[in-house]
Write a protein that binds this ligand. Sequence first.
Ligand SMILES: NC(=O)c1ccc[n+]([C@@H]2O[C@H](COP(=O)([O-])OP(=O)(O)OC[C@H]3O[C@@H](n4cnc5c(N)ncnc54)[C@H](OP(=O)(O)O)[C@@H]3O)[C@@H](O)[C@H]2O)c1
Length: 311
Amino acid sequence: MRALLVDRSAPAGLRLGQAPDPVPAPHQALIRVAATSFNYGEIRHGLEEAPDGSVPGWDAAGVVEQAAADGSGPAVGTLVTTLAMDGAWAELRAVDTEWMGTAPAGADPGALSTIPVAGASALRALHRIGPLLGRRVLITGATGGVGRYAVQLARQGGAHVVASTGNPEAHSDALRTLGAHEVIVGPGPKALGTPVDGVVDLVGGSQLVDGYQMLAEHGTLVSVGHATDEREHFPARAFFGDQGGHDRTIASFYLAACTGLTRDLTWLAERVAGGGLDPQISWRGSWDGAAEAAEALLGRHLHGKAVLELD
Ligand SMILES: NC(=O)c1ccc[n+]([C@@H]2O[C@H](COP(=O)([O-])OP(=O)(O)OC[C@H]3O[C@@H](n4cnc5c(N)ncnc54)[C@H](OP(=O)(O)O)[C@@H]3O)[C@@H](O)[C@H]2O)c1
């Protein structure tokens, strides 16, 4: 099969080549991939760790070519969106049936391919915060793939949504269109004003520290992302519970450790297919353009999702 292979001598460390067809385990279905999307984490860290010649990639959407031998998961011909820690950037992919969601027939595979990492991480992080109705929620790194889903989902959950970006001039209108009530630069007290009940932090460093300090009593910050390499330095007394600081939580997050993702992936796929969620595709093209998309993502020139179609 054709696949994007890790090749450190090629632009962005990726080369279009040939790889052996995957052999599914009994609990895996074989998917014919139609589209895949890039995530910051896999381009920044995943490629560094993958051996030359391997097929990377987390997100892919396509059609079930061979159902799982153990009888789990969808039937042949079902449109699905899938997640795994590798193997997405190829014509065929073997995936655990627990890590796929079904999609309505006729849905756009490109849009579906944006869901697994970005959509499911946003949804699970918001679940961790708890009820959103009438709550004030901050999303840092809101212009990225996860952030754009998080803004939409938090708004749909009934939250007052504050979106943070390093460049509000460029992104304020788009974030407000997605559902943000306020767009700010960084979560410091001056920009944020009133404390928040929940934070989905996609940046880390000083934004995590400032976001935590702006949590109201009983508030939760979910530390999903580490887009910056900055360290987190908490000032003295940051963890004292007086002066409104009682019972505040910082929760770590790892999507691959989440269970029960099928239900969430299917729900997200229905919302995207029905137009209730916008996948925010900002780059779309053939997989010949993989290096261009990867470099744009790393250079912070690409905000939203990059989708590669397998032709
Ligand atoms: N723990 C998990 O399981 C999990 C799951 C999914 C994602 N993640 C992580 O979550 C983060 C966001 O993912 P994503 O796919 O949405 O990434 P993304 O599309 O690159 O978006 C991240 C956003 O953060 C901001 N940003 C980037 N670099 C920054 C820097 N050095 N300093 C401050 N802000 C910066 C940018 O917004 P502005 O340019 O507008 O400021 C960018 O739009 C990544 O670190 C990713 O690895 C983790």
